[in-house]
Ligand binder design. Structure first.
Ligand code: FE2
Length: 329
């Protein structure tokens, strides 16, 4: 499927639990600026915690899985191939956590989004690892409020976005339960980071530990680092930031010591570059049904953070189901 058409159709870990009853269609949610304007269930926690034994945190990022994309052409074959690939990448890398950074399924044609969502959830939970989830612009259905409850309560889920429009924090703790890192999960909606997310960021208690940020649509600075030749890797399509105006990075820096952002969305870009102290890193698109397989091999991104390093600096590489990996020269 061509990108233009595609867009237009469009504990081992100690996992610790949002409820709302608003019913908003995609148009209302777009107008509101973010998906899932949901009120919190008072008996479920707002943040999640993941306890990690040892001194290394390994996160395997899968992005743009796009279940049910182009089923007329692929049938279920492409989706099953994607699941098989994910299983093999997990076996090869033994991650503590999976980061599912958006476009997990493909839209809501004729109200089928709920069915796609349930299929996706069954596949993700079957992987047997703790997981976080960012909303992508194609993750559409009719009832976002109920979906957020389902996401929160699903097996091994660290999703806690139901309180705050899909934005949430995850604490990474060591053996002694001391916090070592934080993961910041942003809902970039259909328009990139907007005023609603920036307001949420501004209202947050600043992070006391180094932070890794996960989001679907790239920040404007992803384009800047490539244009200014500060990035290394693969650039095969323009950076699609929609309406993000570049102001979010200042809010991130106020939030805490953000080491890196990991996004998806542009399936045939895979590069990273540093802007103002924050690494802008593309994930590798994972789903065989999504566009781009003819231009860039599908895979995942293994992120490794040294928890015994006071600065918690991290590294990353692209990994594939056949056990090989790739990093820029
Ligand atoms: Fe996307």
């Amino acid at each position: 499927m061509k990108r233009r058409h595609f867009l237009s159709t469009s504990a081992a870990a100690g996992v610790v639990g949002s409820v709302s009853h608003a019913r908003n269609g995609p148009k209302d949610l777009r107008r509101a600026g973010f998906m899932g304007i949901a009120k919190a269930g008072k008996d479920l926690p707002r943040t999640a915690k993941l306890k990690v034994a040892g001194d290394e945190l390994r996160i395997l990022q899968f992005t743009d899985i796009h279940f049910f994309c182009d089923r007329e052409r692929f049938g279920e074959k492409a989706d099953l191939q994607t699941v098989d690939d994910m299983k093999r990448m997990i076996e090869n890398t033994s991650p503590h956590l999976l980061a599912i950074t958006g476009d997990l399924w493909s839209d809501n044609p004729r109200g089928q989004g709920q069915k796609f969502f349930e299929y996706a959830l069954e596949k993700i939970t079957s992987l047997g690892k703790p997981w976080l989830f960012n909303w992508g612009n194609h993750d559409r259905l009719d009832d976002y409020a109920t979906a957020q409850v389902t996401l929160t309560e699903a097996k091994n889920s660290l999703y806690r976005g139901g309180h705050d429009g899909g934005n949430y924090r995850i604490s990474i703790n060591g053996d002694d339960d001391r916090q070592l890192m934080e993961l910041l999960c942003l809902n970039t909606t259909t328009q990139g980071v907007q005023a609603g997310q920036e307001r949420w960021l501004t209202m947050q208690k600043p992070a006391a530990s180094p932070v890794l940020c996960f989001l679907h649509i790239p920040l404007l600075q992803y384009d800047t680092v490539w244009q200014k030749k500060l990035a290394k890797g693969i650039f095969k399509e323009p950076v699609c930031t929609y309406g993000e105006d570049g102001s979010a990075i200042a809010k991130l820096k106020r939030f805490g010591d953000v080491k890196a952002c990991f996004c998806g969305h542009d399936h045939v870009n895979d590069y990273s570059g540093n802007w103002d102290g924050i690494e802008m890193v593309y994930g590798r698109a994972t789903g065989h049904a999504g566009y781009g397989a003819n231009k860039l091999k599908k895979g995942g991104k293994l992120i490794t953070a040294k928890l015994n390093d006071p600065k918690k600096n991290c590294t990353w590489k692209t990994v594939f189901a056949d056990g090989s990996d790739w990093s820029p020269e």
